[in-house]
Design a protein around this ligand. Structure first.
Ligand SMILES: Nc1nc2c(c(=O)[nH]1)N[C@H]1C(S)=C(S)[C@@H](COP(=O)(O)OP(=O)(O)OC[C@H]3O[C@@H](n4cnc5c(=O)[nH]c(N)nc54)[C@H](O)[C@@H]3O)O[C@H]1N2
Ligand SMILES: Nc1nc2c(c(=O)[nH]1)N[C@H]1C(S)=C(S)[C@@H](COP(=O)(O)OP(=O)(O)OC[C@H]3O[C@@H](n4cnc5c(=O)[nH]c(N)nc54)[C@H](O)[C@@H]3O)O[C@H]1N2
Ligand SMILES: [Mo]
Length: 753
């Protein structure tokens, strides 16, 4: 038996046989069903190195979006890429090279695309990088201030979900809780357990209340809140608990700071507006009595306030996180088993996994000599405004002037918001180089395209610090055509640029895998167990870590003794009011949790506008495997399906299977129509990840495949975190009655050499 692994799960196969989910995985992901077909699809894989015609003609990027390509030999592609980098650095310095290259690439410890690229660019003198993520930037910036913990550290100590199942009576799932997103683990997983924890909760009688515009299949109750208004609801819950005299004053005094100031805001003493249930009800479109009842139930039960990651991918996205933490503080059950406050249950598999954490080694990337970066979602701003000033986490910063972009293992023409704006920005640099295995929308907007192998084409090791199992990943099929491993691509580039030995240190892939295994053996030893030698591991394919279970309770030490285990915040306590943030004077992120009406919100929409929810797709990881069988089978007339409440569809004359045009002032896209009575009437849900395919149709620029980022707004959550605001977006919808345009994204953009 051989094994391989991915962010959506692990697989076993006999050579030549089908790829099957690991027999020990209780709940394999559906995403994997489309993996092998996507990896072997010659229409979407990049088969040869390719160069954009306009770039060869010296257009310096003007025609970068929509051009054709000629294929070239590897030698020529490597020479062109090395020259472009060398010339950029000579003329403008390494501060003109952008290697932020955000993206999930693939699992496997060695062939991690960004690590390979950073190791190469660092040896070439460095690059401007990117900080934070599209997943949870607001949390990454906010938590150190209010909790004294990085988001990663907080995630690592997240209260184990089995403890929630054992102890919690009321789980308020803000943003819902879903097996859809729980299919995924960054770096790979060998098991999916979120579904079974949720079943256990239901069996134990835990109320799982989804506060969300969409029903959660796992929830026992659904409070259908208007998107973007959760902060108002959470504040009202806190107000009602306080005014009923149910707040845990002892906990507030012992473990928090700034309660008095926050309380004055809640009661209206500060601004004349008490944040009552009656105040919140019309904002959130919830019944005031329902909010009051929930407040009481939360206060008198064993309760957990769990906020989904999606909540902060929105304008003022810091606020619901902070308001949720404040609410949990009033309830006073933080630090106890199965109750308190959590962030991201179900958003990926391992959040709340009771796993032993083992810091496995990774590929050394070296040091970046360039000390400059941007908050990751400010890429278009950076390209459009070199030298421009912006605020971030209390600092005033300047955008660099980028002449060359290198992207490896990410797809900004999937992940960024307002892709029409990104297209404009993307024409500014002189050169764009992309390594990918597939002709994604980003590869189709590069000047030099370097075909990488897919993970099914190489050996690697799955090691994830939160996973109970190590796997030797074996090649499943031979590399398609001329694809090379990213490692090999960067090794050849390094050789050409004169630092080949520094990059490879004399090792080939097998040599590095052995090197990683030796380091892993040392790590295991330090944790009290032994790993087999490499040959035995490779033969067995799998190693299960002993005593892998370890249930944690977030903030337990701190709550047990707030003085000895003071948090690294300005007061050593959970800050319900934060003087440091307040002193920044940011209207977009004041000094305590605050309701601020988003720019695009149904509270101020026209009657025919809908709120667009663009969550993660059930059939893919973002844009990965979009051309695989599972994602294709889910499309409607080849388009991504948008879900509407049946009444909303009927009002617009839409029936299931129709094609709809979604539009706003930023753009328009087509999508298939699906009906879902588990969605609010004033919302439309279009998952992310359909390969971006903009065309001019009837004189209009129209994305014809169903990519929601043709519509979303490109702005920061706030001037604190500058995270993306994908979920804050209004659109209109109308039936598409003309002929449905052909896709262009399903054929390679290559002309004969
Ligand atoms: N509207 C909207 N937009 C969103 C979101 C949302 O909620 N709504 N969510 C955001 C979030 S949370 C995220 S994390 C981002 C995700 O955005 P990305 O991480 O950029 O999305 P992926 O499709 O996973 O892109 C990974 C790319 O790496 C390539 N790749 C895979 N393996 C390899 C390899 O070994 N070598 C090379 N060279 N390439 C490889 C894949 O082909 C793919 O093109 O999207 C964000 N965008
Ligand atoms: N299948 C699959 N799973 C994935 C991924 C994938 O691509 N595919 N990507 C992974 C990644 S990178 C990430 S970051 C996580 C993201 O995990 P999440 O951020 O938890 O997932 P989303 O799909 O963005 O969440 C969308 C849900 O949030 C709710 N929601 C949206 N707006 C609001 C709002 O204003 N208020 C409330 N209360 N609820 C709202 C809606 O119910 C919607 O269904 O998912 C991971 N899991
Ligand atoms: Mo993400």
């Amino acid at each position: 038996m051989k094994y391989t692994s991915s962010h959506w799960g692990s697989y076993q196969f006999e050579p030549g046989g089908p790829l099957l989910p690991l027999a020990s995985d209780p709940d394999p992901s559906r995403i994997g069903r489309g993996w092998a077909s996507a990896s072997q699809d010659r229409q979407s894989r990049i088969l040869h190195p390719a160069i954009r015609l306009g770039w060869l003609d010296g257009d310096r990027g003007r025609n970068r979006c929509g051009d054709s390509y000629v294929t070239v030999s590897w030698d020529r592609a490597i020479a062109l890429a090395a020259d472009a980098l060398g010339e950029t650095v000579a003329a403008h310095g390494n501060g003109a090279v952008f290697g932020g290259s955000y993206g999930w690439s693939s699992a496997g410890r060695f062939h991690h695309a960004q690590s390979q690229m950073r190791r190469f660019l660092n040896l070439a003198g460095g690059c401007v990088s990117a900080r934070n993520t599209y997943s949870h930037a607001a949390a990454e910036v906010l938590y150190p201030h209010i909790l004294g913990l990085s988001n990663k550290a907080f995630q690592d100590q997240m209260t184990a979900m089995p403890l929630v199942a054992a102890h919690c009576e009321v789980l308020l799932a803000v943003g819902g809780i879903s097996r859809r997103t729980a299919q995924i683990t960054s770096s790979g997983t060998t098991t999916h357990e979120v579904g079974s924890w949720l079943e256990q909760m239901r069996a134990n009688g835990t109320r799982i209340i989804a506060l969300s515009p969409a029903r959660s299949e796992a929830a026992t109750e659904w409070l259908s809140i208007r998107p973007g208004t959760d902060t108002a609801c959470l504040l009202a819950l806190a107000h009602e608990i306080h005014s009923a005299g149910l707040a845990d004053e002892a906990f507030l005094a012992r473990c928090t700071s700034g309660w008095e100031t926050f309380r004055d805001y809640l009661t209206g003493a500060a601004d004349g507006t008490p944040k009552t249930a009656d105040w919140a009800a019309p904002i959130c479109d919830l019944d005031a009595q329902v909010i009051r009842d929930l407040a009481r139930d939360l206060a008198v039960s064993k309760s957990m306030i769990a906020v989904a990651w999606s909540l902060q991918r929105a304008e003022y996205g810091e606020q619901p996180l902070w308001a949720g933490l404040a609410l949990a503080s009033l309830i006073g059950q933080i630090g106890q088993p199965g109750t308190g406050y959590a962030f991201g249950y179900g958003s990926t598999t391992p959040v709340g996994r009771a796993a032993r954490l083992i810091p496995w080694p990774s590929m050394p990337q070296g040091r970046n000599p360039v000390d400059d970066d941007i908050p990751v979602a400010r890429i278009a701003d950076m390209l459009l405004h070199p030298g421009g000033i912006y605020k971030y986490d209390g600092k005033t910063r300047t955008y660099p002037d980028i002449k060359l972009i290198w992207w490896t293992g990410g797809n900004p023409f999937h992940h960024h918001q307002d892709l029409n704006r990104l297209e404009e920005a993307w024409t500014r640099p002189e050169t764009v180089i992309v390594n990918d295995h597939s002709w994604t929308a980003t590869a189709r907007r590069a000047d030099i395209v370097l075909p990488a192998t897919s993970p099914l084409e190489r050996d690697d090791i799955l090691m994830n610090r939160r996973d109970p199992t190590l796997l030797w990943m074996s090649r499943y099929h031979a590399p398609l055509s001329e694809a090379l491993d990213d490692y090999e691509i960067f090794a050849r580039l390094s050789e050409t640029m004169g630092f080949g030995d520094a990059f490879t240190e004399g090792r080939d892939t097998a040599g590095w895998l052995a090197w990683l295994w030796e380091r892993s053996q040392e790590v295991a030893h330090a944790h009290g167990f032994a790993l087999p030698d490499l040959n035995s591991f490779r033969a067995a394919g799998r190693f299960d870590i002993p005593d892998a279970a370890q249930a944690r309770i977030a903030l337990a030490d701190f709550v047990a003794n707030p003085t000895t285990h003071a948090l690294a915040t300005e007061t050593g306590r959970i800050t319900l009011t934060n003087a440091g943030i307040g002193a920044l004077g940011l209207p977009s992120c004041p000094g305590h949790p605050t309701w601020i009406e988003p720019t695009e919100c149904l509270t101020r929409a026209q009657p025919d506008e809908l709120h667009l929810i663009s969550g993660q797709p059930d059939t893919r990881l973002h844009s990965q495997n979009d051309r695989g069988s599972e994602a294709l089978a889910d499309k409607i007339k080849g388009r991504e399906a948008a879900s509407f409440h049946p009444d909303t569809a009927a009002e617009r004359g839409l029936i299931a299977g129709d094609i709809v045009r979604l539009y706003n002032r930023r753009g328009a896209c087509l999508a298939g129509v699906r009906l879902n009575d588990g969605l609010r009437r004033d919302c439309v849900s279009l998952p992310t990840g359909a390969w971006f395919d903009p065309q001019i149709v009837q004189g209009e620029r129209l994305e014809v495949h169903g990519n929601p980022n043709a519509l979303t707004r490109d702005a920061g959550c706030s001037e604190l975190s500058q995270g993306n605001i994908a979920h804050s977006c209004l659109v209109r919808a109308e039936k598409w009655t003309a002929a449905v345009p052909e896709l262009t994204i399903d054929t390679p953009p290559v002309v004969a050499p």
